[in-house]
Each structure stands twice: as structure tokens, then as C-alpha cells.
Design a binder for this molecule. Structure first.
Ligand code: ZN
Ligand code: ZN
Length: 363
């Protein structure tokens, strides 16, 4: 990962925003810029320098991981130390911070650490995030990791098909997925594994419970693994026993909607257009009301990143972004279905990173 290049790109944005300093406290942003994976740190960036502040637990780790910034070990709050350091740098008059990642209490502590003449004007809430737009577009190294993570998800899905059977508790299925993920080398799961069976499949975020898989009904599996910090995310819905005609019809409509949105993915296309590609298919099938969430989201070091693939979102897709396409149909009291792929935006279209089968599987 070329952390120097990323900090260089960030500096150009910093200058454009009229700032001479930046305080980065959101850990995924900090990891993106420095490679540091510890749980307590702050990164201070000026036009000429970058310095990472962390505590004594991370002396060895920071020395090994961080080359794009100087490292300073502190005994108190790393962010307070970073603010004090920024205030002492010649030429640093205005320092940005991300208000969406800062609590009111933190801001008060930072201000209290400043000399009184700087308390009013030195720290400036960013009007728009500066690191997030960089993270949206993945470089070759990131794409390689994300492809690997996505394929691990597909392998897990393939393996779990022979495990799933009526009578198992949902959490047993989730535990099996997570156990096998670790054996395959995953650092962890991207989020709490969703296993929602029978009428519970109508809950878009049905975390696995003690409910038993039915003899006849859908099971939705939504899960992802983390590889070197990068998240995968996929959903497949399978059917235990023979589906009713209405269930099959809903599944076919959803699959068409999902594939239509995947086909709409290309650089220059707006997120709203991709959302509409899925939504219009479900509208024609009389299932518009049953699709109660957005079509997808960016994914990377965090499971949910920008952009949002949602109704009327004007943001355009760019080559190098990785997004999910995950329309769903939820009929409360009856059943729910969701199909989710990860898609990388290429120069000409979209590349599906999760090629696991999508035709309805009956177990
Ligand atoms: Zn998902
Ligand atoms: Zn997702």
C-alpha cells in the first residue's frame, strides 16, 4: 500500500480546502493513510509533515507498520497530543477535523489543550470529509485484497450449503460460517452474521437467533469476512423444501431486479440510476412496497462506506469503486429474500466479485 501517495493526495485536498493542518482520528482513515492498525491513535498532517501519535502499547507495532509518518509515543490522549503538536508548528494556522467523527466532549478537550489565543479559530470543522473521497476509489492492492475476501465469502457459501438442514438453530448456521471463515484465514467477520429463516427472513436485518430452520421456507444468509482490514459482503437466499409458486415468482423477480442493477453499473452512471434499475423491475412485479431499503453501499476498510446506492442519489460511480448491489423483498409474516453481490466499477462497466450461484437453490 502506498501510504505516501495517499498522504500526498490528501495534502492537495487540504490546500484546496484552505487548511494548513488536519487532525485524523477516525481509525479506518488513519489506517488508510499510515497502515497503523492499533486501537488508539491520532494522525496530524501539515503541508510538509505527518506525525502519528499513539500510546506505549503500540511502540513496536507502530515502528513496524508506519513509514508515511513520524511516530510519537504519548502517555495521555493521542488526539490531544496531536492538537498540541499542530498548534506548535510554524505556518499551521487552521486545522481541520471531521465533525462526523468527533464528539462534543472530544472537541472541548482539544480546545482546552490549546493556548487561549487559538481556542476560537484554530480548529475548523470540515465542510466535507477529506479522506472519505480518497477511500472510495480503490487502488490495485486494495482491489486484489477485496477480490480475495469476496472469493472467500463464495467458498463459505458453497461449504455451508451441505451443512444447512431443517431443525438447526440459526445461530448454529452462523457459528459454522464464522468458524470456517477463521479456518480459511479470515481475521474476523465484517459484521454480525445474518441468518434469517422462515417468516424471520422478512426481517431485513434478522441476526441469527435460536429459531430453528423450517422444513419448508427461505433462509437468508448475509455475511462477510475481513482480510488485511478489507471487508467482503454477500447475501444469498436459499429454500428448504419445494418453494410455492408465489415464493418462486418473488425470487425470480428479485433476481431479475438484482441483475438489472448489476448490469447498470458503469463509470459515469449515478447511484440513483443503479437503484432505479433494481426498483423498476420490482415495481413492475408489484413488489415495490416490499423493497424497503436502498440498493447498496460502498465497501472497503469499513463495511458501509460511501457512496450510497439509493433513490435519487446524484453521486456518480467511478472506476475503482467497490459497491454492493443488494435489493430485497420482504413480506412481513410470510417470507423475505435478498441477493447481494459485491461489484467493482471498471473502466467500462462492473465486475462482480462474488460469483456464487444466484439461481434459486432448493435444499
Ligand atoms: Zn450484506
Ligand atoms: Zn451490504
Amino acid at each position: 500500500m502506498d501510504h505516501f501517495r495517499r498522504i500526498g493526495q490528501l495534502r492537495r485536498r487540504l490546500t484546496k480546502a484552505g487548511l494548513s493542518g488536519l487532525l485524523v482520528t477516525h481509525l479506518p482513515d488513519l489506517r488508510y493513510l499510515s497502515g497503523f492498525t492499533g486501537s488508539s491513535a491520532a494522525l496530524a498532517i501539515t503541508r510538509h509533515m505527518a506525525r502519528l501519535f499513539t500510546d506505549g502499547r503500540y511502540t513496536t507495532q507502530a515502528a513496524e507498520q508506519v513509514s508515511s509518518a513520524q511516530v510519537q509515543i504519548v502517555s495521555g490522549s493521542p488526539a490531544v497530543a496531536a492538537v498540541e503538536w499542530l498548534a506548535a508548528q510554524p505556518g499551521v494556522e487552521l486545522t481541520g477535523f471531521d465533525p462526523s467523527r468527533t464528539t462534543v466532549a472530544e472537541l472541548a478537550r482539544w480546545k482546552a489543550a490549546l493556548p487561549s489565543r487559538l481556542r476560537r479559530g484554530f480548529l475548523s470543522a470540515l465542510a466535507a470529509p477529506l479522506v472519505e473521497p480518497l477511500r472510495r476509489v480503490k487502488d490495485e492492492d486494495e482491489l486484489t485484497l477485496m477480490i480475495e475476501a469476496a472469493l472467500m465469502g463464495c467458498k463459505l457459501f458453497d461449504e455451508i450449503l451441505s451443512f444447512i438442514r431443517p431443525g438447526l438453530a440459526e445461530f448454529e448456521v452462523a457459528a459454522e460460517i464464522e468458524h470456517r471463515a477463521r479456518l480459511l484465514g479470515a481475521e474476523g467477520m465484517s459484521f454480525e452474521t445474518i441468518v434469517a429463516s422462515g417468516p424471520r427472513s422478512a426481517l431485513p436485518h434478522g441476526l441469527a437467533t435460536a429459531a430453528r430452520l423450517p422444513r419448508n421456507g427461505f433462509v437468508t444468509l448475509d455475511f462477510g469476512v475481513i482480510l488485511k482490514g478489507y471487508c467482503s459482503d454477500m447475501t444469498r437466499t436459499v429454500h428448504l423444501g419445494r418453494p410455492k409458486a408465489s415464493e418462486r415468482a418473488a425470487y425470480e423477480a428479485l433476481l431479475e431486479a438484482q441483475e438489472s442493477a448489476v448490469a447498470a453499473v458503469a463509470p459515469g452512471v449515478s447511484c440513483g440510476e443503479v437503484d432505479e434499475a433494481a426498483r423498476s423491475v420490482l415495481r413492475r412485479a408489484g413488489l415495490a412496497e416490499a423493497f424497503s431499503h436502498s440498493t447498496g453501499h460502498g465497501v472497503g476498510l469499513e463495511i458501509h462506506e460511501s457512496p450510497r446506492i439509493a433513490v435519487d442519489q446524484p453521486a456518480k460511480l467511478f472506476s475503482g469503486m467497490v459497491i454492493t448491489i443488494e435489493p430485497g423483498v420482504y413480506l412481513p409474516g410470510r417470507f423475505g429474500i435478498r441477493i447481494e453481490d459485491m461489484v467493482a466499477i471498471t473502466r467500462t462497466g462492473g465486475q462482480v466479485l462474488t460469483p456464487a450461484p444466484k439461481a434459486l437453490i432448493e435444499l
